[in-house]
Design a protein around this ligand. Structure first.
Ligand SMILES: Nc1ncnc2c1ncn2[C@@H]1O[C@H](COP(=O)(O)OP(=O)(O)OP(=O)(O)O)[C@@H](O)[C@H]1O
Length: 254
């Protein structure tokens, strides 16, 4: 099937009036934005703002009820299998198998993405070195600390070298030092041209992004670099920016 965006296009994600309704309720309400290749794009919003719903649409896991989107050059409404092949995805809910060993998880996901056995083996060796995980290779993933699991899950999500990776609260529940180590892996991925689209509730992480959008009740209320957003909202931190916008939310969610 013909690609809609040219290979040399620098826009890896394009959302145009993207909307998702559940019955009459607009979980995602007409959002538009573009993300450039190699960018770290932070996708912020209070609980229930619509982040996960939007991210699931962009990942080919849920069909929009309105508007359109292109991810890695493919239409998220009609080419979901191609979208899924060209992206990585990591969330707290969709992650590694606890009852498989580290190397077995890598082999499994590499295989799902159509990688050849020798390529998987070679890259696994390299990854174990980079993560300093050689002594964990034969351990069950379920026995690893959460921070280790998150680093491994991220590495597995980009193992097939996708154009873009979607991370839904990838560092939930770990301490700031472990989160910082995780972000080193993110920077390394972007230096190899992988685009990172990340949701987080941690405002220190928002500061690490090239640009940040903030959703309120299904709509994008602000979108710019952390520096410009602070200027625009006359704030000293992203936390302050976020608080000013989140206060406007009418939607109540658990
Ligand atoms: N399948 C569904 N059917 C009906 N309503 C839904 C469905 N999925 C999500 N919603 C609602 O859509 C809204 C947005 O939910 P979503 O999970 O996208 O928010 P979020 O910004 O990711 O929140 P959180 O930070 O809590 O994960 C919420 O009000 C939620 O209850």
């Amino acid at each position: 099937m013909e690609k809609i965006i040219q290979h040399n296009s620098n826009k890896v994600i394009i959302a145009e009036n993207l909307t998702k309704k559940f019955g009459n309720f607009k979980a995602v309400d007409n959002i538009s934005f573009e993300v450039e290749r190699g960018e770290i794009f932070g996708f912020l919003g209070a609980n229930g703002a619509g982040k996960t719903t939007a991210m699931r649409m962009l990942s080919g896991l849920s069909i929009p009820t309105g508007g359109k989107g292109l991810v890695a050059g493919y239409d998220i409404g009609t080419q979901t299998e191609l979208v899924k092949k060209n992206i990585g995805y990591m969330s707290q809910k969709f992650s590694l198998y606890d009852d498989l060993k580290v190397w077995e998880n890598i082999e499994l996901f590499g295989g799902i993405y159509g990688m050849k056995d020798n390529e998987i083996k070679e890259k696994t060796d390299k990854l174990m070195q980079v993560l300093d995980f050689e002594s964990e290779r034969d351990k069950l993933v379920g026995s690893l600390p959460l921070g280790f699991k998150q680093k491994l899950a991220f590495s597995v999500s980009i193992f097939h070298n996708p154009q873009v990776v979607f991370l839904d609260e990838p560092t939930g529940g770990v301490d700031p030092i472990t989160r910082r180590q995780f972000w080193e892996l993110i920077y390394d991925a972007t230096s190899r041209g992988i685009t990172v689209f990340v949701t987080t509730h941690y405002m220190d992480e928002a500061e690490y992004c090239n640009r940040v959008s903030i959703m309120v009740d299904g709509k994008i209320e602000a979108l710019d670099s952390p520096k410009n957003l602070k200027k625009q909202f006359n704030a000293t931190s992203m936390d302050e920016v976020f608080q000013q916008l989140a206060r406007k939310a009418k939607r109540v969610d658990s």
